[in-house]
Each structure stands twice: as structure tokens, then as C-alpha cells.
Design a protein. Structure first.
Length: 236
């Protein structure tokens, strides 16, 4: 399997063991949620160790009254962007991992069953609007939109065909972020390639990569429909 250098597959033994448990048809919804959260935590540690840096933020004092230099993450203006539904299962883990609260914006995308093409049904990415001239009917088109974040951390447990990931990355690029880090529990080989090929400022961090998808666009052997498993919607 040959993948671009911007695709990072975890070799952590704990993650791989948990992913093996997640694949099982006997894993309960409660266990599924816990495993997705735990795998996300490991992926987040690995991705943020590479994608974030430290910066000085000021000074404080320890309980002994000794002054020390405080540090924070750079960039500080990052945002978590889960893809609905299943991306919600990854949010809490990264929120707990990050040292300070960050904004969470949501993208709603689903695959049309016949063509497997992504369809956008929800988007709450906020734009910062800068007025270039006094408000008037003629000047309303003169506004520029800038993203509310420099770095978007895109969350979706599965990258199957890659169409949904590609569409989300295009939306984030149009929003104005400078970089996208995508975290996924599992991807297909063609899916993760499609995701990183969507833009040269994308990195994908994934627990494992399976060879292919079936005719229904499901990864095989895969983990089934992870959204259904997370939200007990099997047989909907």
C-alpha cells in the first residue's frame, strides 16, 4: 500500500487493539462509543504533537509563590469541525485533550444512496465580515469573508469513498482556513488519498487503512455503519 506522506497511519499498539475490538459485530453501542473516544484520544495526541507548537503566553506563580513562564498552543485559533452524525462521537475526546476550550462548528453531509455523492444539508461555519465601505445597497457586495479559525480539525470516524471528506475540505478551504487536520478511526486506501488530494494543506491522521470499499460504499472489512452503531440507529 503506497500512500502520500500527508497520510499518517497510527502504529500505536493500544489503538490497534481497540480498533480490533471496534470491528467486532458483538461490540455494544456503549462499548462502540467508548472505543471511538479512546481511539480519537490517541490519534489526537499523535496529530497535535506534529501539528501544534508551543508559544509563550505570559507569567504566573506556583503555590510556592515562584514565578514561571506560561505556555499555550499555537495556533490558538483552531476549531473542531465534526461531520454530522458520526463526527460527534469524536468531539469530547479532543475537547478534553486541548488545554483550553475551542469553538466547535458543524457540517452536515450525507451520501446520496444511488450515486454515493455527498449532499450538504447543514453548515454553521461563521464568517468574520469586514466592511470595506459604509453600509449601503451598493457596498453590500464589497464585504470580504474571513474564517474564524486558522486551523480546522475535521472529525469523521470513517473515510470510505472520500467524497464526504473531499466536500468538507473544500468547504473549509472556501471558509478561509490555512490548514486542515483530519482525524479518522478508519479509512479506505482510495478514500484517504482522495481526502489529501483535495488540497495541499491537508493532513489525515487515521487509525488504520483498509484496502477497498464495496459497491455500497462501505469499507471492507471495516466497522459497519459507525453512525448507526454510535447512535443505536441500526435498521433505520
Amino acid at each position: 500500500m503506497t500512500l502520500p506522506p500527508t497520510v499518517h497511519i497510527s502504529s500505536h499498539p493500544c489503538l490497534q487493539a481497540k480498533l480490533s475490538q471496534l470491528r467486532s459485530q458483538s461490540t455494544t453501542p456503549r462499548e462502540t462509543r467508548a472505543l471511538v473516544q479512546e481511539i480519537t484520544s490517541i490519534l489526537g495526541v499523535e496529530a497535535f504533537a506534529s501539528g501544534l507548537a508551543l508559544k509563550k503566553t505570559g507569567t504566573d506563580r506556583t503555590p510556592l509563590g515562584i514565578e514561571y513562564e506560561t505556555q499555550g498552543i499555537d495556533p490558538a485559533d483552531l476549531a473542531l469541525v465534526p461531520i454530522l452524525r458520526s463526527g460527534l462521537g469524536m468531539v469530547d475526546s479532543l475537547n478534553d485533550l486541548l488545554p483550553t476550550p475551542v469553538p466547535i462548528y458543524h457540517l452536515g453531509l450525507f451520501r446520496e444512496k444511488a450515486t454515493l455523492t455527498p449532499v450538504e444539508y447543514y453548515n454553521n461555519l461563521p464568517f468574520h465580515r469586514e466592511q470595506l465601505s459604509p453600509a449601503s445597497p451598493a457596498s453590500l457586495d464589497m464585504k470580504t469573508n474571513t474564517a474564524a479559525a486558522t486551523l480546522a480539525v475535521l472529525l469523521d470516524p470513517i473515510i470510505a469513498t472520500g467524497g464526504t471528506a473531499e466536500a468538507a475540505i473544500h468547504l473549509l478551504r472556501e471558509w478561509g482556513v490555512q490548514k486542515v487536520i483530519m482525524l479518522s478511526v478508519l479509512g479506505s486506501e482510495s478514500g484517504v488519498k482522495r481526502a489529501v488530494d483535495a488540497w495541499d494543506q491537508v493532513e489525515v491522521w487515521v487509525g488504520a487503512v483498509d484496502r477497498e470499499c464495496n459497491d455500497s460504499g462501505m469499507i471492507v472489512p471495516g466497522v459497519g455503519d459507525i453512525g448507526d452503531r454510535l447512535f443505536v440507529a441500526i435498521g433505520k
